[in-house]
Design a protein around this ligand. Structure first.
Ligand SMILES: C[S@@+](CC[C@H](N)C(=O)[O-])C[C@H]1O[C@@H](n2cnc3c(N)ncnc32)[C@H](O)[C@@H]1O
Length: 484
């Protein structure tokens, strides 16, 4: 095994206080330790310049270290107060949105220079698209039950029936969400404490992560921004289920939210792993409908509790408009042709493109069979013709369909966070399309793919950033590549 190189500044596991001085892509604050040996960089995710933080060193090499944020001791001068309860999922909520945009833009462009080797990226930059709503923009939340809570004043773990989010940096303890977090639906979040009380009064146990036991696990809520309806899913283990009255709980939700309740589902999840996906397990409809309808750019999409759907639908409209603008900039390369929508999910982009072009055939490919089923259903519901969807791995699909080589002029790409596998990207390049509209939720992997695309004759024509997730480090990019 290679010997790990040590430095003369920090050790793994050490807890230190640090002033954050700079910001790197992905929400990593940069602090520096200075001593008689010189200067040493420590990255601390979820922090911003000007904050003094307490951090525990998780990785330490000769050149730099990375710490986990334990606490913000003093906030940065440019941070403000908020009328919401702060949660780990929104580490930048105290920072004015314009400043968040500035950090995101600068660090993403820097990434394209460093990893993508695009030195003139500033001159190719088109627009920073901000979210239409910077608060209450989410359409889904997953709250967790926990038998171990956290006391903010005492800064200690406590035994308590808790419903909210994991405390940052822990897997065993959670904090109650007592009020609106400013991210989701205010009425739901202001009532979460009542739902917690209701559950506590049943006498059944919340999940105890270290012991891997308990009854209540997750409470998941989906909201339609079009209809304002709510779809609930309570996730529990099965052992004590006979003691819990699901219909009575559904009635309680109706008492709280009235006709906003579209439906209530119950999921049994007996998996004990910490990384269990909340919705794993068998699911049953207890009350109302099991789907809600959302609208995007005039098209309707039926969404079930499990299917992927853009988390910020109002901003997704802006994201998709940008993708469609880039694709239709050269209408000849879209009208009367076949457009590939690779990594299409529920087929939203392809459907919108088909509805805005003439006689375009869309071929959508995604590896998740249920997403493809939803895509087919939605295309039918929206009366859009000329769409074909395949449930397959993109790389395999292209090997099995050689007929598209030299026949495609425009390709839409929207891969998951890991980006496109090099072999699959090579197959996409071999299709020899004139234009690629590449959407990414992880510019780091997109910048990596950019280097390969440029080596194979593509160049960036323009790029935009879309702030799909205000108050987090995430940023979505839309890049138009053209063959030289
Ligand atoms: C960011 S989502 C795409 C969302 C979609 N364009 C939309 O707007 O709804 C990425 C998609 O890539 C799919 N995916 C991941 N790996 C894949 C692979 N190897 N082949 C095909 N699809 C894949 C995922 O199932 C997921 O739906």
């Amino acid at each position: 095994m290679p010997r790990r190189e040590r430095n003369k500044f920090v050790k793994r596991g050490e807890i230190i206080e640090l002033l954050i001085e700079d910001y790197a892509f992905g929400g990593k604050g940069i602090g520096r330790i200075r001593n008689e040996h010189g200067e040493f960089v420590v990255f601390v995710p979820n922090t911003i310049p000007g904050q003094k933080v307490k951090t525990q060193i998780k990785k330490s090499s000769k050149k730099y270290a990375e710490g986990k944020l334990l606490d913000v001791i003093t906030r940065a001068e440019n941070e403000t107060t908020i009328p919401y309860q702060d949660i780990p999922g929104a580490p930048y909520i105290y920072l004015p949105i314009e400043k968040q945009h500035e950090y995101k833009q600068t660090s993403t462009l820097e990434l394209f220079k460093r990893i993508g080797k695009v030195q003139n990226i500033e001159s190719l930059f088109d627009e920073f698209v901000s979210s239409p709503n910077t608060f209450h923009y989410r359409n889904k939340m997953e709250y967790g039950f926990s038998a171990i809570g956290y006391n903010r004043t005492e800064k200690t773990d406590i035994d308590a029936f808790t419903l909210g989010f994991k405390k940052r940096g822990t897997w065993w303890c959670a904090e109650n969400l007592n009020n609106d977090s400013g991210l989701f639906d205010a009425q739901v979040e202001n009532n979460l404490k009542h739902i917690r009380n209701y559950c506590e009064q049943t006498g059944l146990a919340p999940w105890h992560a270290p012991r891997k036991e308990g009854f209540f696990r997750y409470f998941i809520v989906r909201k339609s921004h079009k209809t304002n309806k709510l779809l609930f899913n309570l996730v529990t283990t099965s052992y004590d289920l006979p003691k819990f009255n699901l219909t009575k709980f559904a009635n309680y939700l109706v008492e709280l939210f009235g006709n906003r309740v579209a439906g209530f589902l119950h999921t049994i999840n007996d998996e004990i792993g910490d990384r269990t996906i909340a919705t794993t397990g068998s699911i049953k409809l207890i009350y109302g409908n099991d789907k809600i309808v959302e609208e995007l750019l005039g098209l309707n999409f039926e969404i079930s509790i499990k299917s992927f759907f853009q988390t910020n639908p109002k901003c997704a409209e802006k994201l998709y408009s940008k993708v469609i603008d880039y694709a239709l900039e050269n209408k000849d390369a879209v009208d009367n042709t076949v457009v590939l929508d690779l990594f299409c999910g529920t087929g939203t982009i392809g459907q919108i493109l088909a509805s805005k072009s003439n006689n375009t055939k869309i071929v959508g490919v995604d590896i998740v069979a249920s997403a493809i089923e939803d895509a087919k259903e939605n295309a039918k519901r929206n009366n859009i013709e000329g769409l074909k969807f395949y449930a397959a791995d993109v790389g395999k699909f292209l090997t099995e369909h050689p007929q598209y080589k030299n026949k495609i002029r425009t390709i839409i790409l929207d891969p998951a966070r890991a980006g496109i596998a090099p072999k699959t990207l090579k197959k996409i390049i071999n299709l020899n399309a004139e234009r690629l509209v590449y959407v990414s939720c992880n510019p780091a992997t997109q910048a990596r793919d950019t280097e390969q695309l440029m080596a194979e004759g593509y160049s960036i024509k323009k790029m935009s950033l879309v702030d799909q997730f205000p108050h987090t480090a995430h940023i979505e990019t839309v890049v138009l590549f053209e063959k030289k």
